[in-house]
Ligand binder design. Structure first.
Ligand code: 13P
Length: 154
C-alpha cells in the first residue's frame, strides 16, 4: 500500500515517535512524505521514503494529486490545529480530496494508530480491489485503442 506521512513542525516529534513504534509495519509499504517530514523520518529511522516538496512549497498538493489519481491508499497527517499555516488552503484541499476519494486519513496519533493496526490486520484489502479494477479498466482502454489503431492503420 502507498502511505503518506506528513506532520506540521510542532507535531514532527510525535510523528517520529509513531514511525519508530510502527517501523516494522511501515517498512512493508511504499512511503511518501512532504519534504521536511520525509527527510527527518528517513534520517532518524532509515525508512525508505519518497520526499515531495516541503508542505508550504506544494508538497501537500503533490500528495493530493496522488489521492485524486487513486494512487494513495492512506494519509497520516499530524496537523497542528493551534498554529496558523501559510498554506492552509493546500491543507484543506488535501483533506477534502481524501474525503472525495474515501482515502483513510488520520490527523492525530489516536486515529493513526487505529489506521495502521487495521492496515496490518488486512482491513484495507478493498484498496487492492480498487487498484485491480483500475488496472483492468486501463487494460480495457488500451486494448480498445489498439483495435482502433489496427482498424485504421492496419
Ligand atoms: O506543512 C506541512 C504539511 O502541511 C509539512 O511540510 P514539511 O514536511 O515540509 O514540513
Amino acid at each position: 500500500m502507498k502511505i503518506a506521512l506528513i506532520a506540521h513542525d510542532k507535531k514532527k516529534d510525535r510523528l517520529l515517535h509513531f514511525t519508530r513504534s510502527y517501523l516494522s509495519y511501515l517498512e512493508k509499504h511504499t512511503l511518501f512524505a512532504t519534504g521536511t517530514t520525509g527527510a527527518l523520518i528517513h534520517e532518524k529511522t532509515g525508512l525508505d521514503i519518497h520526499c515531495f516538496r516541503s508542505g508550504p512549497l506544494g508538497g501537500d498538493q503533490e500528495i493530493g494529486a496522488m489521492v485524486a489519481n487513486n494512487e494513495m491508499d492512506m494519509v497520516i497527517f499530524f496537523r497542528d490545529p493551534l498554529t496558523a499555516q501559510p498554506h492552509e488552503p493546500d491543507i484543506t484541499a488535501l483533506m477534502r480530496l481524501c474525503d472525495v476519494y474515501d482515502i483513510p486519513l488520520a490527523t492525530n496519533m489516536g486515529s493513526a494508530e487505529i489506521l495502521i493496526l487495521s492496515l496490518e490486520r488486512g482491513d484495507l484489502e478493498w484498496r487492492n480491489i480498487i487498484h485491480e479494477d483500475k488496472e483492468k479498466e486501463y487494460l480495457k482502454k488500451s486494448l480498445f485503442f489498439e483495435s482502433i489503431k489496427s482498424h485504421f492503420y492496419g
